[in-house]
Write a protein that binds this ligand. Structure first.
Ligand SMILES: *Cc1c(COP(=O)(O)O)cnc(C)c1O
Length: 490
């Protein structure tokens, strides 16, 4: 059998603490420098003081385990507080209950699972439960359907990039159990018409989940800061569950989200208990068993440290930056913001330039912008880490657009460039793109990886020419596998 990857074993003898830390610092030097405020979406940063507080709170409860609330009443108190504060913020009039989870994905998995269990109890005629949702909804719903054997019915968004409620209505069948809207959607930052989606749910006695993972701890403060925000929370009749991530605009440490339900009856379907285990009676409300106390403690700490005033001030600053960035993008010849996003997420598109080339140029200037598809855009999640970088960002973006404009004029005959401009492509973080390139190249037969373009725009163009999307999925799954294996030393 051929050796697929190098064998790595535990070191026979332990190393010194200094050596271990030094080795990790060396690795870390290769990571993106999020602290400089040039990375979007992956890190939410509310300033150094906030980070220090999070670290202190996390370390204080570093060893504690959220699995057993009777052993750690402190964690239980933090958690019930966090849930209550979140529910109040998101329009609860008192009946809302919920749980903390490790993140938005787990919150959505729980909401989907709960809907399935609710349907089993209340809609026994349903064989394969269906969930109707806009195409812009987060892939965590697909993951949930993948895990829990449910069917998703995706509906195209309207020209305004919001959920098309009339189309959603048409997609409802006798097997439908839930409808979904996002507040806002990740790709374009648009808030779906939650009031209409929830009314549709009520018409057909369906559940209605609002994915406020990225907006739940921002939109209420955007509104408080004086901006217009459409209704999206439990104050809207018909909304039955909400997911909201503390580790995004809640500025908590990673591993903190909430899933909330409009009442106890619905949440009951989520809970799990094993009563016959020799190890004792075991019960747990969410997917995880052992849960890091640090994530719970840090979330409680930041909520109390910032408070309503602090979050509102941050939101006001972020919105000022976001407004300037939106205006600045629209003022650059050839570039535009898609739709009219009410918050601080947006997509940059172009009708005349290869936007992925613009992304490459920005990458050379240190800005990490994720690529999106259908249509090709660059994604931004503007948060507190970025507020001092607005002018520099816009200047670099204008520069990048200008360079790409000249480049495109010179290269209009280049098939790869033309292909890239129209490509149906796949969103992947920039830093994984080059590894994908070699595999894609062999599939489309553009020859050995020596001829593979190093810049992502050409690579995305090539991905668009793959024979079919099934191949693409297999390539991506290969890549996912490869990430769990040690890299070959060259
Ligand atoms: C981030 C996000 C999620 C998933 O959350 P994770 O914390 O990454 O698991 C779901 N929905 C939306 C709209 C998001 O922005």
């Amino acid at each position: 059998m051929s050796r697929e990857h190098p064998t790595i074993t535990l070191p026979p003898h332990g190393k010194s603490r200094d050596d271990v830390i030094a080795a990790m610092r060396k690795q870390r030097a290769k990571d993106v420098d999020w602290h400089a405020g040039q990375v979007f979406s992956l890190v939410f940063h509310a300033g150094d003081e906030a980070i220090e507080l999070l670290q202190e709170a996390y370390t204080l409860f570093f060893s504690e385990n959220g699995l057993n609330p009777t052993a750690f009443p402190s964690l239980r108190s933090f958690e019930t507080n966090i849930i209550a504060m979140s529910a109040a913020l998101l329009g609860s009039s008192g009946s809302v209950v919920g749980n903390m989870t490790s993140g938005g994905t787990e919150s959505i998995l729980m909401a989907m699972f709960t809907a399935r269990q609710w349907a089993r109890a209340n809609r026994p005629h349903i064989i394969t439960p269906e969930v109707v949702l806009p195409r812009s909804a987060h892939p965590a719903f697909e993951k949930a359907a993948h895990y829990f054997d449910m069917k998703l019915v995706h509906v195209s968004v309207g020209t305004d990039l919001c959920a098309d409620v009339a189309a959603m209505r048409t997609a409802v069948t006798s097997q439908t159990i839930m409808v979904v809207g996002s507040a806002p959607s990740y790709p374009h930052g648009m808030v779906d018409p939650i009031t209409e989606i929830a009314a549709l749910a009520q018409e057909h006695n369906l559940l209605c989940h609002v994915d406020a993972c990225v907006g739940g701890f921002m939109l209420p403060f955007v509104r408080r800061a004086g901006y217009t925000v459409p209704d999206f929370d439990f104050s809207v009749p018909g909304v039955t569950s909400i997911s909201a991530d503390l580790h995004k605009y809640g500025y908590a440490a990673k591993g903190a989200s909430v899933v909330l339900y409009h009442n106890r009856e619905l949440r009951r379907h989520q809970l799990f208990a094993a009563t016959e285990w020799p190890g004792g009676i075991y019960a747990s409300p969410t997917m995880t068993g052992t849960r890091p106390g640090g994530a719970i403690a840090a979330a409680w700490a930041i909520m109390n440290y910032l408070g309503e005033d602090g979050y509102t001030e941050i939101a006001a600053n972020v919105m000022q930056a976001a407004t300037a960035i939106k205006g600045g993008i629209n003022a650059i010849d050839g570039l535009h913001v898609l739709g009219d996003p009410p918050m601080s997420l947006l997509a940059i598109g172009s009708d005349s330039l290869n936007i992925y080339e613009v992304g490459d140029e920005m990458g050379q200037r240190g800005w990490h912008l994720d690529r999106q598809q259908f249509p090709p855009t660059l994604h931004m999640t503007i948060n507190y880490a970025h507020i001092d970088n607005v002018d520099r960002f816009l200047a670099d973006l204008a520069d990048s657009a200008e360079i790409v404009r000249k480049f495109s004029l010179r290269k209009t005959g280049n098939r790869v460039t033309v292909g890239a401009a129209k490509a149906a492509t796949r969103m992947l973080p920039e830093n994984v793109v080059s590894r994908l390139t070699g595999r894609a190249a062999s599939l489309v037969g553009t020859g050995d990886s020596g001829g593979v373009p190093q810049r992502s725009a050409a690579m995305y163009g090539m991905m668009g020419t793959l024979p079919n999307r099934g191949d693409l999925k297999e390539i991506v799954l290969d890549l996912v596998e490869s990430f769990t294996m040690p890299e070959d030393k060259k």
